[in-house]
Design a protein around this ligand. Sequence first.
Ligand code: R5P
Length: 283
Amino acid sequence: MIVSGSASQSFAAALADTTGRDLAAVEFERFPDGELKASVPDFDAHEAVVVASTVSADAHVECLQLQDAAREAGAGEVTTVLPYMGYARQDETFGAGEPVSARAVARAVSTGTDRVLTVNPHERSVCDFFDVPAVAVDAAGRLAEPLPADLADPLFLSPDEGAIDLAAAVREAYGRGATDHFAKDRDYDTGKVAVEPGDAAVEGRDVVLVDDIVATGSTMSESIACLHDRGGDRVFVTCVHPLLAASARTRLARAGVAAVHGTDTVERPVSSVSAAPAVAEHL
Ligand code: R5P
């Protein structure tokens, strides 16, 4: 039985289709004081698969409620799928008194589940923060699907070295092209991002930028500007988690992006491909 959080309904439906499991008729309520209640009707299946991207504080609470409700509804075993794990980037401290937020949320989730699957966390090591077995599912290759078949001498490029494996996965799934990476520097006081070009020539080529997350769009818009300055042709932005906070989509459009494609780990208008089949392989 698939039990969906309110922010992950398309992902959960795709997972139900892929695996042939039923979707529970979850109900969501909000009380006048703002508190949430997510309820799961009784069901017969032994296993519940709770699917909840923790994209907000409310979504975190909902995930905990759904895990608890699934047991109340009759599940003997609970698997939690976090298509997008919120707070995963806060995985270390930089000073006394700071929380390791990724660890705090992982511990909370662990109290109500038997195992966790999460899609392309920023660092795979966040899986170690859970007190139950946790697996990082790689769905990056699926980002090749919505790309046009006629890319000219394509270059699959990550904005920093840390995301080069994602660029390589998309290139491999696409079937041809080269990979390279930029070097990125972010000023954490101003939020400004600067990128340094890599070795590959880009003139006249179509470039596919690949990253795990697009949040404010600073990284990608700087990368697009750099590529256009250097004579790149069309620039496509792909990411696993299209958070697209604030004016990110507008920033990408103003930078001249050819198209933006993300997966449904975060459900946005640009979520043109589902990561559910990659998760299904681990269920
Ligand atoms: C960080 O290293 C991540 O991989 C992304 O590059 C980052 O989260 C993107 O953030 P923004 O869109 O705000 O530049």
